[in-house]
Design a protein around this ligand. Sequence first.
Ligand SMILES: Cc1cc2nc3c(=O)[nH]c(=O)nc-3n(C[C@H](O)[C@H](O)[C@H](O)COP(=O)(O)OP(=O)(O)OC[C@H]3O[C@@H](n4cnc5c(N)ncnc54)[C@H](O)[C@@H]3O)c2cc1C
Length: 402
Amino acid sequence: LVVLGSGFAGYSLLRALPRDLFDLTLISPRNYFLFTPLLPSATIGTVELRSILEPVRRRLRHVQQVEALAQEVDWRHQVLACRSAVSEETFDLPYDLLVIAVGAQVADYGIPGVAEHALTLSDVPDARAIRARVLVQLARAEIPGLSDDEIRRRMTFIICGGGPTGVEVAAEIHDLLTDELRTLYPELASLSRVILVEALDRLLTGFDDALGAYTSRHFAREGIEVRTGTPVERIEADHVVVEGGEEIPCGLAIWAGGNAPVPFVASLGLPLEKGRIRVAPDLSVPEHPGVWALGDCAVTEPPLPATAQVAQRQGKYLAKALRRRTRGLPVDPFEARVSGMMAYIGGGEALAEVGDVQWTGRGAWILWRSAYLTKLVSLPNKVKVLFDWAKAAAFGRDVSRF
Ligand SMILES: Cc1cc2nc3c(=O)[nH]c(=O)nc-3n(C[C@H](O)[C@H](O)[C@H](O)COP(=O)(O)OP(=O)(O)OC[C@H]3O[C@@H](n4cnc5c(N)ncnc54)[C@H](O)[C@@H]3O)c2cc1C
């Protein structure tokens, strides 16, 4: 059984499968599992990146692991063509059973300048790049002789996309600017700006309307400028152009625009729906016996949100289904149960929505932190994140640039 991807879906599947049922191989370019819900916090050092990673080798010792990317599948001969993640070497890998859990990448919707001039956030290198660029902007704003307008431009951070990732990144960067700038860079504090630009007419469309509206009001109170109903037309090196041609000067643009398929999924020749592999209710790929797809790269009927929660549940479900299948027992369809959604909105406040119940503010923030602490996948992760939060609260975030 070959599993592609060590994200929420692939990792939870492998963790839940019994050790002796299959010969297990994991193909993934990452040798770690990444807890993405805390990735926005890592962009400014509220938590450290290594605190939210779990090396898969430590947890999945019974699984053969190859750090590589699957590139193509020869369906007839059941062979995967792969490329090493650390060299140009390629190799073929035969399989009997295949699980595709390769996730998604950030969609740029063909908007010019996103790839060249904006940073995105989906993996560890992205969070490192954002943290480094924010600190570079602080250094660039301190070069002597600049006009106030130029300092303001260098200290303007535009986040494009008002979904959970965009909202959380805006909140985290604003936290850094308010908490650390006031004491460490007091001359820059009044010249910094965080602007959140969203094409639709409200933030957080996956949440209830009231929570989107609460976030806009909270951001206005905190000093984060929100521009809803403002599609981005183009991103340039030092400004973002929005619909109507308005140019908003900035020092850094971050693109948080949604999901697109990874190239491997597009190469498979399978029926896709909005770039995701269409799967049966038991997550199998129709007309390809012994092949399943789950997580962000797959879509069920009705479609489920592309979240960690769904991917993790699908991984656990498939482990159980595979166990039943080997015993010749019938397999029930995957049942989606969404237990709730949360987002950090900055200034020590969060949102939480569980069924019809909603929480906002400090209480929701405590719930948000407690929930993520519980959901982190290992004891070392939990302890490290707890220490990071305590360190950031006691000593401030580390703004060393190296
Ligand atoms: C910044 C951020 C914050 C988020 N916050 C939340 C949140 O708060 N709550 C929530 O529910 N969801 C959140 N999400 C969404 C969540 O991370 C995804 O829905 C979830 O990771 C999907 O799991 P997955 O296993 O399908 O994909 P992933 O977790 O992305 O894993 C995909 C895996 O496949 C590997 N891979 C890619 N291409 C190949 C290939 N060709 N061959 C082999 N392996 C490959 C990748 O390296 C990776 O290991 C967030 C996402 C981001 C980016």
